[in-house]
Design a binder for this molecule. Structure first.
Ligand code: KG4
Ligand code: ZN
Length: 337
């Protein structure tokens, strides 16, 4: 018998609903929130309000696009955390009401685990990672090296001690006067620039941990000094700045990923999270993989940034284990695996 899951994601600034049947994705609707652009970052209060407006239409669209009726849903999965508390509350409260009204069981999902499990959504090649594998999870809020032992058994073997990689992209882009979120804009500009024209500080940090705050400061001071000499320095060098910044971030990410593979002896490597959309990072992992005989898993673009398909597939694995949530469940702004 197949299992049909409705997934709901509302941890940050995307309201999303998806329907899966076993590992097959039937629909995945994402409503982004333009309202934050004017502020150069996500405004939590505005995000919660937009979720409240979007959630019902998004769920309706997900069900109708999937051609699935409410009666056919076996369980509803939702993001419990980590994320913005006000945003998480909208999704959690909606799901509690939906569950009570329809008599459908709930599954609480960890957003980070879900980013990793996106690799188990059925794809055209019918491929999925084998256990154990390493996943470099890079998003706007997190940068982690995850040792994935089983669908729901993961261990963080390295993580950032300050900013996330996505934050480094976004904050440095903001310093350059680029719009939010800066990651995709830097990616585009970098394609036309020289990646080794400028050099920025790389962290010296032990084990498999990451740090990006030093890079951010080095980038800021570099620009401040150059702007004193030439007020149009950014305008004249935009592409080279973007390419050099992206190159440095990728070097930092790849350095620890290579170490993690050597240390664990694992050669099955996956990318996940918003920053895994970055074309330079995709290329770097692909070429490192070719050199080292890695088996690589890179998510489809639509599954890199926040989406409910990843919540539904994680819910599916929790359903198989009978790990349901109770009505007393509360969202968590901070949450570990
Ligand atoms: O996973 P995600 O949608 O949200 C979080 O859970 O944080 O990741 C969003 C992050 C943002 O920092 C955004 O700038 C970054 O992913 N991002 C990129 C690219 N596309 C999105 N960074 C670099 N290159 C990209 N192409
Ligand atoms: Zn995310």
């Amino acid at each position: 018998m197949s299992i049909t899951i409705l997934g709901i994601e509302s941890s940050c600034d995307d309201t999303s609903a998806a329907v899966t049947r076993d590992r097959k994705l039937l629909s995945n609707i994402i409503a982004g929130q333009e309202v934050h652009r004017a502020y150069g970052g996500v405004v939590p209060e505005l995000a919660s309000r937009a979720h409240q407006q979007n959630i019902i239409p998004v769920v309706h669209s997900a069900l109708s696009n999937a051609g699935v009726s409410v009666e056919e849903i076996d369980a509803v999965a939702f993001t419990r955390g980590p994320g913005l508390l006000g945003s998480l509350l909208v999704g959690t409260s909606f799901v509690k009401g939906f569950s009570l009204a329809q008599g459908i069981r709930m599954l609480d999902v960890n957003h980070l685990q879900a980013h990793v499990l996106v690799h188990f959504i059925q794809n055209a090649q019918n491929e999925q990672p084998g256990f154990p594998f390493l996943c470099l999870l890079v998003s706007g809020g997190h940068t982690q090296l995850v040792l994935v032992k089983d669908h729901l058994e993961m261990e963080i073997i390295g993580k950032t001690i300050d900013d996330a990689a996505g934050e480094a992209f976004d904050k440095c882009a903001k310093t350059m006067g680029l719009p939010y979120p800066g990651g995709p804009v830097v990616d585009q500009l970098a394609k036309k620039g020289d990646p080794i024209r400028f050099r920025f500080n790389k962290p010296r940090i032990g084990e498999l941990d990451y740090s990006f705050s030093g890079l951010k400061t080095s980038f800021l001071y570099f620009l401040r000094d150059r702007l004193k000499e030439d007020p149009d320095f950014i305008g004249k060098n935009q592409a080279d700045l973007a390419a050099s910044l992206q190159h440095t971030i990728i070097e930092i990410l790849m350095d620890k990923l290579l170490q993690a593979s050597v240390k664990t002896g694992i050669k099955e490597i996956a990318l996940a999270g918003g920053v895994s959309a970055n074309s330079g990072l995709r290329q770097a992992v692909t070429s490192a993989g070719a050199d080292r005989g890695w088996k690589i898993h890179i998510p489809e673009f639509r599954f890199t940034t926040d989406n409910a398909a990843m919540i539904a597939i994680t819910g599916y694995y929790k359903y198989l284990k009978g790990e349901f949530a109770m009505q007393g469940v509360t969202p968590r702004a901070r949450m570990h695996f």
